[in-house]
Structure formats: structure tokens, C-alpha cells
Design a binder for this molecule. Structure first.
Ligand code: PEP
Length: 257
């Protein structure tokens, strides 16, 4: 983390878990831990149908509500899709784009993720754009090359003043939901590389202002070590964000003086 130049952001990704009716009890359990997070912003990305209930449940907590996807299109005949304008209109703050599960099950490409990132920014949503390698790609030794390509494609055509609002999440696919965490050094190396790619594209001032999260089996035990890496500015947290106490431990790790 480097709080002098950029925000630390801990964002939960609930995926397709929990019910709207469970939100109130979850928010009440989390509240004592998030009523005044000193050093970090906290968000929870829920299924679209749960956003209004999440906004109500978290209204007294300092928790920003996020979506897990949005349409690249502005409006029109796209049955089943939700637009950035619709998300913004109800009060959504964050939106995850390009999660590896969207890439895997819905065939999303870096080009589509680029269009979605632009759609988010056009509606003043904070995109959390995910990049990451598979185990096979890591074993082939092409992680950094692949990440470079993903970052460059996802950010293509995004001007510098908008880039400051983009969060990049480094999520090695092999660490998501598997209980296998990248070591702090592995995660730190890739996040430092991502910042170097951004520096080449946008210059040093923009690069140092961008929040880069790590995601992949982050939990209450490993969060502190991961967040101690200079280029890891928070976490995108799946499984551990479903349990208030565990999620609170991660927030606590990000809030250390
Ligand atoms: C995720 O879904 O973005 C994620 C990182 O999941 P988990 O923390 O469960 O590995």
C-alpha cells in the first residue's frame, strides 16, 4: 500500500451468493467494523437484483455498493443486460469488469472488457477491471507478457484523467476460490509490473495514483502480508467477503496505522 498517493480499497465480490433478505443481518454484523474505516474504502459487489436492498442495508455503514458486471452498450435491445446508466441511477459506486468467471463462462475478451470499462467511466462508476493468468500460463513463464497485453487492451483509448478512477485487480485465475493464494512476493511482483505498464502508457503521476488490488483467496490471515507489498493497494475478496468477521479482519489489516 502507499496511502500517500492512492486509495486503499477492499471490495467484496459476493458472486451469485446470498439473498436480498439476508442483507440486513449481514450489514448489522459488519457495522461495528466498518462504521469508520480510517485508511481504506470498503465496497461490496452484489448481484444486480440485490443492489437496492444493499444500498438500504449499508446506508449507515461506510460501504459502497458495487455491481459485478454491466453492458458495454448504453441502452436498447439487449435482453437480460443492465446498463451503466441504470446502475448509476440507483446509486451503485463500483462495477467489476472482466472477472475471470465472466471470461470463462461468458467468453468475455479483453476488447469487450475495454468497452465495459469505458461504459462504466461514462456513467461515473468506478470500474474494477480484472486481469490475471491461468496456472498453465504461469507455468509457461508468460505471466508478465500476458498481463501487459491484458492491461494495454483493457485501457486502450481511456484518457489519463479517467484512468485515475480505474481500479485494476490482479487476480491469478489459479488462486480464485481455490484456497491457493499467490505468495505476497508473487502478487507484489505482478502488481508492480502492472504499475510499470500504466507508467509507460500514462506517465509517473497517473501511475502512482492508480489503485491496484490483489484478489485470489485473500483472507483474514494473509491480508496483512499481501497489503504490505508496496504496489498492492487493497483486495478483491470473494469467499472471505461472505463472512462478516473474516471480511472485517481484512478491512482491519488495511486500516493499520
Ligand atoms: C474473486 O472472486 O474475485 C475472488 C478473489 O474470490 P476468492 O477470494 O474466493 O478467491
Amino acid at each position: 500500500m502507499n496511502r500517500k498517493y492512492r486509495k486503499t480499497v477492499i471490495a467484496g465480490n459476493w458472486k451469485m451468493n446470498k439473498l436480498p433478505s439476508e442483507l440486513k443481518a449481514f450489514a448489522a454484523e459488519l457495522k461495528p467494523f466498518v462504521h469508520k474505516p480510517k485508511w481504506c474504502d470498503v465496497g461490496i459487489c452484489v448481484p444486480g437484483v440485490m443492489i437496492p436492498a444493499a444500498l438500504r442495508a449499508f446506508k449507515d455503514n461506510k460501504v459502497g455498493v458495487g455491481a459485478q458486471d454491466l453492458s458495454a452498450a448504453a441502452s436498447g435491445a439487449y435482453t437480460g443486460e443492465v446498463s451503466g446508466a441504470q446502475l448509476a441511477d440507483v446509486g451503485t459506486k463500483y462495477v467489476i469488469v472482466g472477472h475471470s468467471e465472466r471470461r470463462q463462462y461468458h467468453g468475455e475478451t479483453d476488447e469487450m472488457i475495454n468497452a465495459k470499462t469505458k461504459a462504466a467511466l461514462a456513467n461515473k462508476l468506478i470500474p474494477i477491471a480484472c486481469v490475471g493468468e491461468t496456472l498453465e500460463q504461469r507455468e509457461m513463464g508468460i505471466t508478465l507478457e500476458l498481463i501487459t497485453l491484458q492491461v494495454k487492451t483493457i485501457l486502450s483509448g481511456i484518457p489519463a484523467e479517467q484512468m485515475r478512477k480505474v481500479i485494476i485487480a490482479y487476480e491469478p485465475v489459479w488462486a480464485i476460490g481455490t484456497g491457493k493464494t499467490a505468495t505476497a512476493e508473487q502478487a507484489g511482483e505482478v502488481c508492480t509490473h502492472i504499475r510499470a505498464v500504466i507508467r509507460k502508457l500514462y506517465g509517473a503521476r497517473v501511475a502512482r495514483s492508480v489503485t491496484i488490488q490483489y484478489g485470489g483467496s485473500m483472507n483474514g490471515k494473509n491480508a496483512m502480508e499481501l497489503l504490505a507489498q508496496p504496489d498492492i493497494d487493497g483486495g478483491l475478496v470473494g469467499g472471505a467477503s461472505l463472512k462478516p468477521e473474516e471480511f472485517a479482519q481484512i478491512i482491519h489489516a488495511a486500516n493499520q496505522d
